[in-house]
Write a protein that binds this ligand. Sequence first.
Ligand code: IMP
Length: 430
Amino acid sequence: MPAVVVVGTQWGDEGKGKIVDVLTEKADYVVRFQGGNNAGHTLVINQKKYILHLIPSGIFRPQTTCVIGNGVVVDPEVLINEIEKLKKEGLNIDSNKLMISEKAHTIMPYHKALDMARENKAHKNKIGTTCRGIGPCYEDKAARKGFRLIDLTYPDIFKERLKNVLEEKNVILKYLETEPLKFEDIYEKYIEYGKYLKPYLTDVSQVIWQAKKNNKNVLFEGAQGTFLDIDHGTYPYVTSSNTIAGNACCGTGIGPSEIDLVLGIVKAYTTRVGEGPFPTELEDETGNFLRDRGFEYGSTTGRPRRCGWLDLVLVKTAIRLNGINALALTKLDVLSGLDKIKVCIGYEYEGKTIDYLPSTLIEISKLKPIYKELSGWKEDISQIKNFDKLPETTKIYLKTIEDYLKVPLYLISTGPERDNCLIIKNPFQN
Ligand code: IMP
């Protein structure tokens, strides 16, 4: 039984939630391993839209256990609200359904205040973060000043450490011209969060180890995308975690030999939210068409997403960084109606053609995309379940992608609903 890691190959918002939801029909465990509530995974089930920020996308399947790994940073208030909202929908969210690593770090109020204050002060140099406190929380984890969720269940130790940490944070907040935070406003609240979450806290590494031993299907659900990776993304315009597949191991406590397949999610065009380079960006009518047709507005912050042509060089680079051996293409239906569709198949860089994304912003700023132009299609493809029934020009588009990337397409999503999906091969089935 396989362990499959699902990752985004672009700048996030590739439609991972939808693909994970389709795959969870056969998954026993769905595991988040990095990021926090900066993510927003949109699912449409029976015409009802759900946006999950922290809880893994398998929550709507009765047989699936959802797991939040140690690599995730958890805003307890957001998580508790999400649990309560799902309970109101009639879902049973007990400690068999949802398991959370006791080692996961806690987003504190000063993390959010710092994130916001820095963004406000940075003006034109801002990153365009989601202001959810993600970066400052990971900073404290690395600085060994963070609080793990389990720490909230030891009130006395938590009290002493919080006093110390808050003293330092308030000095920085003052420097950033932001109101200091009061100990009393944080302490009691977080002790209550600890009480609420305690039944869910567990050793996630053991849970997954046992699951694998018992031949269960395990799906690791990545958040954000490859080029938002703190090491391999378009630094500094990145998030603060490793978003690539290798982090499924560090973020949950399992070894690399436990992973059987890495599935890369590719949107049929490219989007990016926040600041940072984007070689195939379209600031014209076609860009607006993609934004309108694809509802390209952030599911966490509501910000309009920047849109552009599919950049196959970017995806090829992501295949290398993640070890991707299968692909799922999403939002193909959005392209219906365009006369011509372009895909980027190389970059011109200082008179040479290259087929990878360089490391620095300086180099990336000099890239000129080289496009291949293909014919579009007008038909509605959302109900097509058989590859052969797709319009000829759609098939050529798909074949161009596969030929260039040399990785097989396993799934093609043709609309927001669960059944708008053409499954060529299900990774959980032989
Ligand atoms: P942060 O993760 O809030 O620190 O934001 C850093 C960068 O990552 C910003 O450009 C955000 O817009 C981007 N980002 C963070 N999470 C997501 C996501 O789930 N989808 C797309 N972009 C994201």
